[in-house]
Design a protein around this ligand. Structure first.
Ligand code: ZN
Ligand code: ZN
Length: 386
């Protein structure tokens, strides 16, 4: 039997279990680095399928590495499984997780025939925006010896090489001084004013940034009572740009806006985090093309919708892609007008269309790995010393 048919048969034998796994993770959303159940269920599934599983890899309780096959070529499929605060699996990471497990289980069936080792790298905490699971696992060596990394992410429609841009996330804290807001206001230092001035400055800054830059944030603490001058305020802000280099340029301007708030009010400014930004995703076009033809063989298509032209999210898979050839296509779940990070999208992530995405994404990824392993020229490129 041909390797792809072997992988398909293996996938079909696990299909119901994998769909159930997707639904179970969806029904029990766990936010970044707290994905204990999801990581446990994935480890159980892979272990039952014959993988050697290391739970709690890289000293991260909800990370894992599961390996099968003797190599010498070594591919990693990344699984994400964190949810979003308050709105559950609104990014469909339950689908990513089931695709990763399914792709690896299907390809493992023929791994020895095509000279492959396959790892599922369970990478927690993608939605945090700073020092995500993949960045920590890269540093800890989880990707050492891996020749290429793949993952598939759900979206409203199929996108082959979505723009994934660099991103820095940090917390801003102002400290002022309390005072009676009416009786002794002249004794107060208003930390809420500082945050307001910063946000006005950022609003004005928008004229002077590239159309591809993004700045967005929320106020997490605005004060305690209207009759107390706010002495402690805080916010979380994200700054994005096409590349890490452009990011540093726009980030410096945003930081000046926050300094302006401190200068105007006399409040003290503290910026916490942002030291481990997400890098831009560098899609490997040759691997993307293989994924495309396999996805098309399963009946998928990659429409060019104008609404998708300005799509620009971020992922710590970008950091992986700067170190090794990698792909991060999006798989459509036909959710429009619902889009990622909406509760309506959460509802779409456990439907029949979502289940089809699990099956198609797993099989297209498994077949892509088989194609990668079967192409002598590509094998040679992937195993070049880096
Ligand atoms: Zn996501
Ligand atoms: Zn997301």
């Amino acid at each position: 039997m041909d390797a792809k048919e072997g992988a398909r048969e293996r996938f079909e034998s696990e299909r119901e279990k994998l769909i159930a796994l997707s639904h179970r993770i969806h029904a029990h959303p766990e936010v970044a680095f707290e994905e204990r159940q999801a990581a446990g269920w994935l480890c159980d599934t892979l272990s039952a399928a014959g993988f050697a599983v290391e739970a709690g890899a890289c000293d991260l309780p909800t990370a894992f590495i599961a390996r099968a096959g003797a190599g010498p070529l070594h591919f990693a499929v990344c699984a994400e499984y964190d949810s979003l605060p308050g709105i559950g699996h609104a990014c469909g990471h339950n689908i990513i997780a089931a695709i990763a497990a399914g792709a690896a289980i299907a390809a493992a069936k023929v791994a020895d025939d095509v000279g492959l080792e396959i790892s599922v790298i369970g990478t927690p905490g993608e939605e945090v925006g700073d020092n995500g699971g993949k960045i920590r696992m890269l540093k800890a060596g989880a990707f050492e010896g891996v020749h290429a990394a793949l993952m598939v992410h759900p979206a409203p429609i199929d996108l082959l090489e979505p723009a994934m841009i660099a991103n820095a996330t940090f917390e801003v804290r102002y400290t002022g001084r309390e005072a009676h807001a009416s009786a002794f206001p002249e004794l107060g230092i208003n930390a809420a004013d500082a945050l307001t001035i910063a946000q006005v400055a950022i609003g004005l800054l928008r004229q002077h940034i590239r159309s591809t830059d993004r700045i967005h944030g929320i106020v997490t603490k605005g004060g305690d009572a209207p009759n107390i001058v706010p002495a402690h305020t805080a916010g979380l802000f994200w700054v994005r740009a096409r590349t890490i280099a452009e990011l540093e340029d726009v980030r410096a301007k945003v930081v000046r806006c926050f300094q302006a708030g401190a200068l105007a009010t006399g409040a003290e400014l503290e910026i916490v985090g942002g030291d481990n930004p997400y890098a831009e995703m560098r899609h490997d076009h040759e691997l993307s093309a293989l994924y495309r033809s396999n996805a098309e063989r399963l009946g998928r298509s990659f429409p060019q919708l104008p609404a998708m032209d300005r799509v620009a999210a971020s992922t710590d898979m970008g950091n992986v892609s700067l170190v090794m050839p990698a792909i991060h296509p999006m798989i459509g779940i036909d959710s429009l007008p619902a889009v990622n990070h909406q509760p309506q999208f959460t509802a779409h992530c456990a439907t029949e269309k979502a289940d089809r995405a699990v099956a198609d994404g797993a099989l297209a990824t498994a077949w892509t790995m088989i194609d990668m392993a079967s192409n002598a020229g590509l094998r040679a490129r992937l195993t070049l010393p880096r």
